[in-house]
Design a protein around this ligand. Sequence first.
Ligand code: NAD
Length: 480
Amino acid sequence: MSGVTTYQNYIDGAFVASASGETRENRNPATNALLSHVPESDANDVQRAVEAARGAQKAWAARPAIQRAGYLHALADKLRENVDHLATVIVAEQGKVRALAETEVNFTAEYLDYMAEWARRIEGEIIESDRPGEHMFLFRKPLGVVAGILPWNFPFFLIARKMAPALVTGNTIVIKPSEETPNNCFEFTKLLDTLDLPKGVFNVVSGGGATTGSALTAHPNVDMISFTGSVATGSAIMHNAADNITKVNLELGGKAPAIVLDDADLDLAVRAIKDSRVINNGQVCNCAERVYVQRGVAEAFQQRIAEAMKATTYGDPGADASVDMGPLINQEGLDKVAAMVESAKRAGAEVLTGGNVADIGQGYHFEPTVLAACTPDMDVMKDEIFGPVLPIQVVDDLDEAIAMANNSDYGLTSSIYTRDLNSALQACRELEYGETYVNRENFEAMQGFHAGTGKSGIGGADGKHGLYEYTRTHVAYIQT
Ligand code: NAD
């Protein structure tokens, strides 16, 4: 079939045939068209990749950080030269709209530059000693070999979010992309391959979670597992890590509450929360997944957000760049969203707009949906939906909203819309979340720290604190 690419793993600086000889198909979620064959890597492939990363690590770490950073800057330039091509690949295999795919590539380039700029800012410490004549130095050292396990929803950016801090601090890395979105990772790797990066510093093995992912995270020669994905997989990875006492950094799911108070700027709240449910086809870990709206403004808010969601267009983003949303990632994702909405309807939720699978002939589309009269016991208020569905509950005041918001297993992001500074500050103090957005969309900055509490994860990414997640501290006591 024309246009179908066959990719190979990238190990020790070369594209190589997989030891398993097995492949898997990668298809377009909007059209079901076959896009590529990718390796279904086995434990031997993983072994080769980890060995290559281990073999390269000491020499890589011995280079000055500014030299390591040079490769990241060069890669950023390559990405910017290839935005068009890379965005096309992302749209085809993941289904996000083209403008967002282009943003993802440009943001990734910016992120590589940002992390590279830390090269001259990696700092140890000199600590006062209790002993006369003793010097205490705290060094920051690389961990060694990092395994980066990626989800499919921001598949391109998340490569950089893991490899950039890992490499600039002197680690080497083995990446396993999601089985849903391997192509963009191999296209990223092709560009990186033109840069003469030392062999073994960056490796890619593709394959399924229970096979390739499990072999990589159970490998005794991996020093850190940097994982982004679901809570269930995060838990499975922790079990694997436990056998080898491997460090884990887990960026997991979310169930972000958005609080809309009576004094909110309603135009802003409607726009930002609607966008939050529509961006990436409703599949973003940190976007608003449930709303607590204060009674005085509830009717107006619900009517307006239902109108905004109803006006949202969807279809194949590869064929029509003007659609607001593409499909969900796969049949399983669509079935999950449909089942949660059906269950909410049965429990008394009122459908203000949407509520059904959208049959447009092809693709995994769900109608943009707003559900009112939701209650805390409904799955749509408790569990991650990952689709264009907004459940709403009416509350009497901020205290009730915060109590409802905190009654969750998750703790990634939260938001509040209010014109009152005291209400905003109370929310920031009392919301048990890693991030709170006040009067703005949920979208983190690369110099912040993206981290969840509860089942949303362990550790975090971005900024100085995210960079140092990829280091260990070593204290030297020097008696003179
Ligand atoms: P997933 O957990 O199904 O898969 C993620 C990755 O883990 C894939 O590469 C998969 O192959 C691999 N995997 C699966 N089982 C494995 C195992 N036993 N051992 C090792 N690896 C295994 O998640 P997904 O569906 O790809 O992504 C969506 C999820 O990711 C959502 O829950 C979303 O909230 C979360 N997410 C979180 C963040 C964040 O920053 N917190 C960002 C993006 C996505």
